[in-house]
Write a protein that binds this ligand. Structure first.
Ligand code: TXA
Ligand code: MG
Length: 336
C-alpha cells in the first residue's frame, strides 16, 4: 500500500503490537518488527528463512532514541563523529549492546548494530511505532535484496500483513556496516557510505577480510552475514575480469540461448547473448542502484550461465564488487 499518513499510522500501530511490515528505506526494503519485542523479531527469521545466528540492525528515527530505549551500553566517542557526518543515512554502526536488546536481535553477541536511515517513510514509520525497529533486508534469505515493493511482494506474499510501497530505493545496496567494538574501527560490509568517506572522518579504518575474500573453512566471521551464500541468482554466475574487448569476445564466443551477460550498459549492443545491464562503466551510483534488480531479472528467465563484468573496488564500486563476488560464489575468471 502507499505510504499515506493514515497507512503509516496503521503500520506503526501494527508494529507496536508485534506484527511485521515491509518498509522502504534509502538502501533496500526492510522487513521490520519492534526491536524491543523478542517474539516479534523471531517472526522475521521465520518469514525470511534466516539462520538465527545472523544478527539484525536496529533502526532509529532520532539519535536520542539510543539512550531513551537503552539500545547501547555506552555510546563510543567515534559514534558521535560518524553520526554527525553520516546520519541520517546509509551507515550502520556496531556498538556495545544495551540492556533492552533481546537476544533474537543480537544473535547472542554482546554488540548491537544501529542505523538511523534517511528515507522520510522509514523515519515516519519508526516515529509512528514509537519503537526502534529491527529490520533485515526484506528478501528470502540468500536472494538478492529487494529494491522495489514488487520484489518484497515476490518474496514475502502471504507471510506478512503489510508492505509500504515507497518506490525504487535510491542507493540500491544495503548500508555500510562498521564496528566500533574493535581496537581499530573495522569495515564489515561496504555500502552507501564509502571506505574513503569513513577514513576522512575516523582516520584509520581496517577492512575485514570477508569484504573482499571468501572466508576459509573454520575462519570466524566478524559479521555473521558474510559467511552465508548471498544474493545468488538461480543461474550459474561467473565473473570475468577483463578489458572491454576481451569481455565481449569471451562472451560472444560462448553465445547460445542458455547463456547471458550481466554487463555494463554500453556492452549491450555488442553482445550476441541476452544481456542484463546494471549501469554504465564507471557510473558506480547507477551500478549500485541497478544491481539487485538485474540479478532478479535473470531469475525471470531460464538462462543457465551468466558471465558478469567484474566491478571496480574504489568508492561505491566496492559495495557492488562485494555483492557480486558473493552472487558468483567467488567464481572469477581473469583474462590476461
Ligand atoms: O541497508 C540496510 O542495512 C538494510 C536496510 C533494511 O536497513 N538492512 C540490512 O540488514 O541489510 P541485513 O540483516 O540484511 O544485514 C545486516 C548485516 C548482516 O551482515 C549482519 O551479520 C550484520 O549486519 N550485523 C548485524 N548486527 C551485527 C553485529 N552485532 N555484529 C556484526 N555484524 C552484525
Ligand atoms: Mg540481507
Amino acid at each position: 500500500m502507499l505510504p499515506t499518513k493514515e497507512n503509516i499510522t496503521t503500520v506503526g500501530r501494527a508494529l507496536r503490537q508485534g506484527m511485521l511490515a515491509g518498509i522502504p528505506t534509502e538502501t533496500v526494503y526492510g522487513l521490520a518488527a519492534n526491536a524491543l519485542d523478542g517474539a516479534a523479531v523471531a517472526e522475521i527469521f521465520k518469514a525470511k528463512g534466516r539462520p538465527m545466528d545472523n544478527p539484525l540492525i536496529v533502526h532509529i528515527s532520532d539519535f536520542s532514541q539510543i539512550e531513551r530505549f537503552s539500545l547501547v551500553r555506552q555510546i563510543p566517542e567515534k559514534a558521535y563523529l560518524l553520526a554527525r557526518k553520516f546520519w541520517p543515512g546509509p551507515l550502520t554502526v556496531i556498538m556495545p549492546k544495551g540492556i533492552a536488546i533481546p537476544d533474537e536481535v543480537s544473535a547472542g553477541l554482546d554488540t548491537v548494530a544501529i542505523r538511523f536511515p534517511s528515507h522520510p517513510v522509514t523515519k515516519a514509520v519508526i516515529a509512528a511505532a514509537d519503537r526502534p525497529l529491527a529490520a533485515p533486508s526484506a528478501n528470502t534469505s540468500g536472494s538478492p535484496s529487494p529494491t522495489t515493493a514488487g520484489h518484497v511482494y515476490h518474496d514475502m506474499q502471504g507471510k506478512i500483513p503489510y508492505i509500504l510501497d515507497g518506490g525504487i530505493c535510491e542507493v540500491g545496496v544495503e548500508s555500510t556496516v562498521i564496528t566500533l567494538c574493535a581496537p581499530v574501527p573495522m569495515l564489515l560490509r561496504p555500502g552507501g557510505i564509502t571506505l574513503e568517506q569513513l577514513k576522512d572522518v575516523l582516520g584509520d579504518v581496517e577492512v575485514n577480510d570477508a569484504v573482499l575474500h571468501k572466508l576459509k573453512d573454520g575462519e570466524k566471521a566478524e559479521s555473521p552475514g558474510m559467511k552465508y551464500k548471498h544474493y545468488a541468482p538461480k543461474a550459474d554466475l561467473i565473473l570475468v575480469k577483463a578489458d572491454d574487448d576481451k569481455f565481449i569476445r569471451f562472451v560472444n564466443d560462448r553465445a547460445d540461448e542458455k547463456t547471458g551477460a550481466l554487463c555494463y550498459d554500453e556492452d549491450m549492443p555488442l553482445l550476441n547473448v541476452r544481456s542484463f545491464p546494471f549501469g554504465c562503466k564507471g557510473d558506480y551510483t547507477a551500478q549500485a542502484n541497478r544491481l539487485f534488480d538485474a540479478l532478479r531479472e535473470i531469475d525471470e528467465t531460464d538462462i543457465q550461465t551468466v558471465y558478469g563484468r567484474c566491478p571496480d573496488t574504489q568508492g561505491l564500486a566496492l559495495a557492488v564488487y562485494n555483492r557480486l563476488i558473493r552472487s558468483a560464489g567467488f567464481e572469477v575468471i581473469e583474462l590476461a
